[in-house]
Structures are given as structure tokens and as C-alpha cells.
Design a protein around this ligand. Structure first.
Ligand code: NAP
Length: 243
């Protein structure tokens, strides 16, 4: 009994030490929307913020998105700037960070850009409910991690990513995945670029969608680290207190 307890404590300690550092980055309109109510991608920021985001991406071991973003935007999640790619290569990394899609049912289209554009590792995180044939099709292009029964179990996934040597993850959205990560206490930092447009619409995605928090005791507390004007908008950098 005593021995069993010691092992449990050791496993918990290992998990805490190894959990990757998670940084969320989103661009939102002045009214807090990430895209239109039809989930159509919108240009919210300009060239200067684009460069900041590219550098943030280049400094990460992995970029993570939810399947909703892959289906809506078909992003490649690559590092765009030649200088940033060269910097990664100089330190012995692949040109692009690993790309991770959180996708319980393995719905990622086998032709998705994220699986084909640029070098670097691809990881699809699925749950046990995912169809084995879909998993097999994705395994031609990506490492598939099974975590959770119905939805992807995010703490288990992050634990697994840590064991693959991933220490710093940039999350590019969307709001449903971000809410899941926030709810699980897995987010350390948030960058929000707030652009000078209003998109509107009660059904347009926001930073934290999902079911949201109800009681004040559940609300997440943030510390503002920086507020900086960039072009026609403002960048806010937050630390998540319980992340
Ligand atoms: P999303 O957050 O990209 O993906 C959500 C999906 O992830 C869920 O529906 C769920 O689908 C899957 N998932 C699996 N396990 C989960 C878990 N434990 N917690 C949460 N999600 C889990 O999708 P979205 O909210 O629809 O966002 C897409 C929209 O955001 C698009 O309109 C896109 O343009 C926009 N976007 C904007 C920005 C920006 O910076 N402005 C950035 C990215 C995206 P399954 O149940 O099938 O697994």
C-alpha cells in the first residue's frame, strides 16, 4: 500500500514538471469575435502583427488547433518568414514546428494543408470513438495519439506530447478548443490582438466558446503583462493565474 502511494506521488510530480508551456494567440475584432457567424476567416491584423505571430510560432515546438479551425480555414500552420525558418534550422529544428490537430472523430480531411505543406511532424489527437479506418488513413501522414473516450482528453494529450519532447505549444484556436484548455487549467499565457473592426453576431466565435463558466468562483483570473499598440489595433499579453 505504502509503495503504491509513493509511485502515484512520483507520477504526479513527473506530470507537473513535464507539462508543456501553452501559449494561446488569437486575433479578435473590437467586439471580441474571431470570425464571422458562418465561421468565415477574416483579416483582423496587419503585417506587423503577422510578423509577431510568425516569430511566436517559430519559437514553439508545436502549433495546435481544433478540428473546427481545420475544417473552416484549412490552415497550413507553417512558419512564413524565411529568417524565422532559417533560425529554426540553425538551432537544429525542422523548418516548421510540429502541427497538432485536436480531432476526437478523426475528421481531418486526408488532403488538409496541415498534413502536406512543409516539413515537420504532424500529430492528430483523437478519442477512442474515432473510426479505425479514418485513423489508418491519417497515419499515412501523421502520428495519431488516442486520448479520452468521447472527446480528446486534453491533460492526457499534453502529458503524451511532453513525453515526445514537446515543451512549448502555441495554440492558434479556435474558441472551442481554447475554452477546453482553459477549463482544464492548461493555458499559461494568452496573446489577444484586438483589431479595429466590428464583426458582430451572437453566434460568431469568441476566444472562449464551449459552455462557458457560470459561477464567479469558476472564472479564470488573468494578469496583464503588456498592452501595446500595433498598427490600428492593440496587443494584450496575459498570464493565466491558474494555468
Ligand atoms: P475549434 O476550436 O478549432 O475546434 C473545436 C473542436 O475541437 C471541437 O468541436 C471538437 O470537435 C474538438 N475537440 C476535441 N476535444 C476537445 C476538447 N477536449 N475540448 C474542446 N474541443 C475539443 O473550432 P471552433 O470553435 O469552431 O473555431 C473555428 C473558428 O475559429 C473558425 O471560424 C476560424 O476561422 C476561427 N479562428 C479564428 C482565429 C483567430 O485568431 N481569429 C484563430 C483560429 C480559428 P470533435 O468533437 O469533432 O473532436
Amino acid at each position: 500500500m505504502q509503495k503504491y502511494r509513493r509511485i502515484e506521488i512520483k507520477r504526479k510530480a513527473t506530470w507537473i514538471r513535464m507539462r508543456p508551456h501553452v501559449v494561446v494567440n488569437v486575433a479578435m475584432s473590437a467586439d471580441g469575435k474571431l470570425s464571422t457567424r458562418e465561421r468565415r476567416q477574416v483579416k483582423i491584423s496587419g503585417a506587423q502583427d503577422f510578423t509577431r505571430v510568425d516569430r511566436l510560432k517559430a519559437g514553439s515546438d508545436a502549433v495546435m488547433v481544433g478540428i473546427g479551425t481545420v475544417l473552416a480555414d484549412d490552415p497550413s500552420l507553417t512558419v512564413k518568414g524565411e529568417e524565422c525558418r532559417q533560425h529554426r534550422k540553425n538551432r537544429g529544428d525542422t523548418e516548421h514546428p510540429a502541427r497538432i490537430v485536436v480531432d476526437s472523430s478523426a475528421r481531418t480531411p486526408p488532403g488538409a494543408k496541415v498534413l502536406h505543406t512543409g516539413e515537420g511532424k504532424r500529430i492528430i489527437a483523437v478519442s477512442r470513438k474515432a473510426d479505425p479506418e479514418r485513423i489508418a488513413a491519417l497515419e499515412a501522414f501523421a502520428t495519431v495519439i488516442v486520448a479520452g473516450e468521447d472527446k480528446v482528453d486534453l491533460p492526457v494529450l499534453l502529458d503524451e506530447l511532453a513525453s515526445l519532447g514537446i515543451r512549448r505549444i502555441m495554440v492558434e484556436g479556435g474558441g472551442t478548443l481554447i475554452e477546453g484548455l482553459l477549463r482544464a487549467g492548461l493555458v499559461d499565457e494568452i496573446y489577444t490582438f484586438i483589431g479595429n473592426i466590428i464583426i458582430g453576431g451572437r453566434d460568431a466565435p469568441t476566444l472562449a466558446d464551449g459552455s462557458g463558466f457560470v459561477r464567479e468562483t469558476e472564472f479564470l483570473r488573468l494578469t496583464l503583462l503588456e498592452a501595446r499598440k500595433i498598427e490600428s489595433g492593440i496587443l494584450l499579453h496575459w498570464h493565466v493565474e491558474n494555468g
